[in-house]
Ligand binder design. Sequence first.
Ligand SMILES: [Zn+2]
Ligand SMILES: [Zn+2]
Length: 389
Amino acid sequence: MRAIAMFPTEKKIRLVDRPSPPLEGAEQARIRMLEVGVCGTDHEIARFEYGSPPPGEPYLVMGHESLGEVVEVGSAVSNLKPGDLVVTTVRRPCGEPECRPCHHNRPDFCVTGAYTERGIMRRHGFMTDEVVDLASNMHLVPPEIADIAVLTEPLTIAEKALIELDSVLVRMPWVNPAKEEKRGLNAVVLGAGPVGLLGALALLVRGFDTWIYSRESASSPRAAWVEKIGARYIESGKLPVGDLAKQVGNVDLIYEATGSAALAFAALPAIGKNGVFIFTGVPGHKTPVTLEAERIMRDLVLQNQLIYGTVNAGPSAFDASIRDLGKFNARWPGPVRELITGHFPPEQITDVLSPDHGGIKNVIRFGTPIGAAVGAKAAAASAKGGARV
Ligand SMILES: [Zn+2]
Ligand SMILES: [Zn+2]
């Protein structure tokens, strides 16, 4: 079977041939890979800046944003059957006795750093024709969202952040997190890449008044997309990020999705009263940033502000992500499909990973669903959603 492999020593990305993985336990399932999304982490891996093969192996099979179709299940698997569509989680526990998060199947909170990640860190990924994993790591996808389900994993960044936000918002008795209803709260997303745009959809379905602040022109297609989903667009060249309140009013939430430390820290003074700032990006540059530290510290204390970072994601975030994609599909069938800007065969991986390859979410397609019912439903949903860009 085909697999897209990153060779760190040779500094090469190429297709390799691997044997199909057999089931090795009664709790495992085997899936045919259908689609695998490409993200910033894959670009870093392709630049040989991040990621590592399993110990002792010459290459890493890439890919962590997946959609697969179950073809075989072990005798102890009761939650899945052949033909089911699934998204598989990425991180695996470190197995160290002292790591309580990993023992609770929350390797996204691993304290030893010895966790593995499929397609990223010391464990082969999903850019291959077939994959075996524990069925408990696979999350069932309804057929209606088959053609957008590859967005599940990148959406888990926002989902985990917003699950955590609920535990913060309970401090405000006038906001009811249980109802997933945050009307009257203003959220600003920094960045209009896939993480930011998916984050904006997740904020909108929770009732936040949502702005996206990014560098593209206000007359760009991306800004038009933002207006189409009912969010508002702010062109960064027109308003310093520290002045966001002038346009937004009290900034209750800033969701950072750029990975730029300079932009993120310049935005800190814009957090409003009782506001929250969520970091999701990993900065690439090492340029020092100047901070208004006294002002930031004073505001944090006197305005009950909170800053936290989050890395995706646990099982609850995957389930929430699949639920939310269903809501996005009902409310914005066209725009949510426009986030997927291209499907490419595995043979074109080096093109897709080249720095000047545009698009929002590009997807490597290994196969299409073979379940007849699945195919028909997905085609109908796709037709309803309109053309892709
Ligand atoms: Zn990713
Ligand atoms: Zn751990």
